[in-house]
Design a protein around this ligand. Structure first.
Ligand code: SF4
Length: 287
């Protein structure tokens, strides 16, 4: 662990990609007018992921109805869902010959179904053109409509169902003021109860000031709600308005957390400074 957060430790220096595949990914996204969480959240892995021809598509616009303090996605009043978006996502999958697609969205508390119907349209449209495509959904907490949203998504499985717990409950008021730790756990539990065959997944960021005991408790809470997969990565401040980094967690410590998570029974684990919930999501084995 290092507490001096003014200077990046050596293990957090990452090269931004500029190779041919990176350019191709960038141009294809631009041409299709698609948003990604990679750019909107200032993800440090763009060089790596885009050079491998993968990206995480951000649907339902780039204006979020929440204002999480760890996230740089804009917030305010979003536009209605774009009916052309499912076709454009499908074209992306086809053009990039994707076999695995991670789709996420901003929080859409303004929509009665939280945006679930739009997720469904995207999946169904993509499947018509790309029947082999596998999906991973990284969904919001569907605040007032969890059962309704799960019902809507029921007929477009299989997919990995992800919802990020993000941080420990003590830090929710400062980091995720519109969220609720128990509500997020409840969504994962409800998904598992409805769809026992579906892999559920969550992720948390380390370095926001949480203690080891608190992290361990979150992992235990996730397992007790039958969450199957977990990703843990270093929180990095995405812009100057976001929360400060309180701690740089060492790669060795991440390895310890990976071992602890496996011991708790997670079937897929990824834990490293650069891990994000969508990072190497297509890999089957735990890393
Ligand atoms: S880790 Fe996820 S959000 Fe980051 S660049 Fe890769 S696909 Fe995009």
């Amino acid at each position: 662990m290092t507490k001096n957060t003014h200077r990046f430790p050596a293990w957090l220096k990452q090269r931004i990609g500029a190779g041919a595949e990176f350019q191709h990914t960038q141009k294809t996204l631009q041409k299709l007018g698609l948003e990604t969480i990679c750019t909107n959240a200032n993800c440090p892995n763009r060089g790596d992921c885009w050079s491998r021809g993968t990206a995480t598509v951000l649907i339902l616009g780039k204006i979020c109805t929440r204002n999480c303090k760890f996230c740089s996605v804009g917030h305010g009043r979003p536009l209605p869902p774009d009916p052309t978006e499912p076709e454009r996502v499908s074209a992306l999958a086809k053009e990039m010959r994707l076999r695995y697609l991670v789709i996420t969205s901003v929080d859409r508390d303004d929509l009665p179904d939280g945006g679930a119907g739009h997720f469904r349209r995207v999946i169904q449209t993509c499947r018509q053109e790309n029947p082999e495509l596998e999906f991973e959904l990284l969904v919001p907490d569907f605040r007032d409509c969890q059962e309704q949203a799960l019902e809507i998504l029921s007929d477009c499985r299989p997919f990995v169902f992800g919802h990020n717990i993000e941080t420990v409950p003590r830090l929710y008021p400062s980091a995720r003021p519109g969220g609720d730790y128990r509500r997020s756990l409840a969504l994962l539990k409800k998904a598992k109860e409805r769809w026992p065959e579906t892999q559920t997944k969550s992720a948390l960021m380390l370095g926001l000031g949480e203690t080891d005991e608190e992290i361990r408790q979150v992992l235990m809470d996730l397992r007790s709600e039958c969450c199957d997969r977990v990703a843990m990565g270093q929180y990095l401040r995405p812009d100057k308005n976001s929360l400060q980094v309180e701690e740089f967690v060492t790669p060795e410590k991440f390895n310890q957390w990976a071992a602890a998570a496996r011991q708790l029974g997670f079937s897929w684990v990824m834990a490293s400074p650069f891990t994000r919930s969508s990072y190497h999501a297509e890999e089957k084995a735990s890393g």
